[in-house]
Write a protein that binds this ligand. Structure first.
Ligand SMILES: Cc1ncc(COP(=O)(O)O)c(C=O)c1O
Length: 384
């Protein structure tokens, strides 16, 4: 069986989460909006899940609008922003996830103004430059991720949210999808108005997430229908998934410190050995990063080729590049950081989970060295 090292893409369901979900998949039935006993039972399971999710990020249960995941929550925050109109101005960062960048593109096509904050060579949003741009453009909504999915770099959200509110910017949204379960995430402390989270990034089920909102009145629903989720997200609830998200959120809160130290130890051990490979570049290395993420490039080894070779050898990683119409493009995150295109096309990401081991890392480093040694010497010399 392959060694899974792609936990930022999706993390395995925790066994205790599956256990709590099972009765809702196998033996309960009904609709949580029904007034009879079965309906009331499901409603109470949803409200328990809501309280657990809220508790894991220091929010109130009323703040939680369940969605089908991070993508929907980001779309809801941006397109559902109630004061939206052709004059609306948005500011975000160049390195956001596609589920922020693409809705913003649509909003721009609809006449809204969009501006993007630059990042430095380590992938960190520059606070001074950002403050100047926020003051200059006075956006109606600022949207900033808490941690980048590729580099793992943790962004100055609290600082920029406080600055924005002090400067009368009405709303700040934070995409915290990659942060929950890996670092402490505190909705109140961050001083944001809306926050996106997604269960499958913290060992919950896929296709369930939430938009956390200071007040549901900030948001107009993107799908109309029934009155579920304070009339902000119509549709019959997927109770088993919500129960799973609730349990995963509770575990993420209780086990945060234990998980962080395991992940940090694994990541440090990996990078200590990785840097012994000639010419290797670790992106975001001077910034504070998520404890589980290492994004790197070997200058003479094409990222996708390396990924395929590692996959064949039993290691599952992610590539930094994206395929569009059969053309491989460098990661937009690395482009924003000013990384040379050739180097960016070599980028690969390892993202650890708590069940990974030092032994797996030793095997991965051994395989990387074997693959490099199989390259013609002339290619390897490029980096030495
Ligand atoms: C930073 C970030 N935001 C949003 C998403 C989208 O989340 P979901 O997969 O739940 O739609 C992802 C997924 O990788 C992500 O990394």
């Amino acid at each position: 069986m392959s060694v899974y090292l792609d936990h930022n893409a999706s993390s395995p369901l925790h066994p205790e989460v599956l256990e709590e979900m099972m009765p809702f998949l196998a033996s309960t039935y009904g609709n949580a909006s029904s007034l009879h006993q079965s309906g009331r039972f499901l409603r109470s399971a949803i409200e328990t899940a809501r309280a657990r999710v809220a508790g894991s990020i220091n929010a109130h249960p009323d703040n939680v609008i369940f969605t089908s995941g991070g993508t929907e929550a980001n779309n809801l925050a941006l397109k559902g922003f109630v004061e939206i109109g052709p004059q609306t101005t948005f500011i975000s960062s160049q390195q956001e996830h596609a589920s922020v960048l693409n809705p913003l593109k649509q909003l721009q096509q609809a006449g809204c103004s969009t501006y993007f904050l630059p990042v430095d060579a380590d992938g960190l949003t520059d606070v001074n430059v950002s403050q100047q741009l926020i003051s200059k453009h006075a956006p109606d909504l600022l949207s900033l991720q808490l941690a980048n999915n590729e580099t793992g770099v943790i962004q100055p959200v609290e600082q920029l949210a406080r600055f924005s509110h002090a400067n009368k910017i009405p709303l700040v949204h934070c995409d915290a999808t990659q942060a929950v379960g890996k670092i402490a995430v505190d909705f109140q402390q961050l001083d944001v108005d809306m926050m996106t989270i997604s269960a499958h990034k913290f060992q919950g089920p896929q296709a369930v997430g939430a938009l956390i909102v200071k007040s549901a009145a900030m948001i107009s629903p993107q799908q109309s229908g029934g009155y579920q989720e304070s009339a902000r997200r119509a549709g019959t609830e997927n109770v088993a998934m919500l129960v799973g998200m609730g349990k995963a959120a509770e575990l993420a809160r209780i086990k945060l410190q234990e998980r962080q130290s395991i992940l940090l130890e694994l990541c440090r051990y990996f990078e200590q050995q990785l840097v012994t490979i000639g010419g290797v570049v670790i992106f975001g290395v001077n910034a504070t990063r998520l404890p589980n993420t290492s994004f790197f490039a070997i200058p003479y080894y094409h990222g996708e080729t390396l990924l395929m070779q590692l996959d064949k050898a039993g290691f599952e990683l992610a590539s930094g590049s994206a395929c569009h119409s059969e053309v491989t493009l460098p990661s937009h995150v690395l482009s924003a950081m000013g990384v040379d295109e050739d180097l960016a096309l070599n980028a690969v990401r390892v993202s650890f989970g708590i069940d990974n081991t030092r032994q797996q890392i030793d095997q991965l480093i051994g395989t990387l060295n074997d693959l490099i040694n199989q390259l013609p010497a002339v290619m390897r010399q490029v980096a030495n």
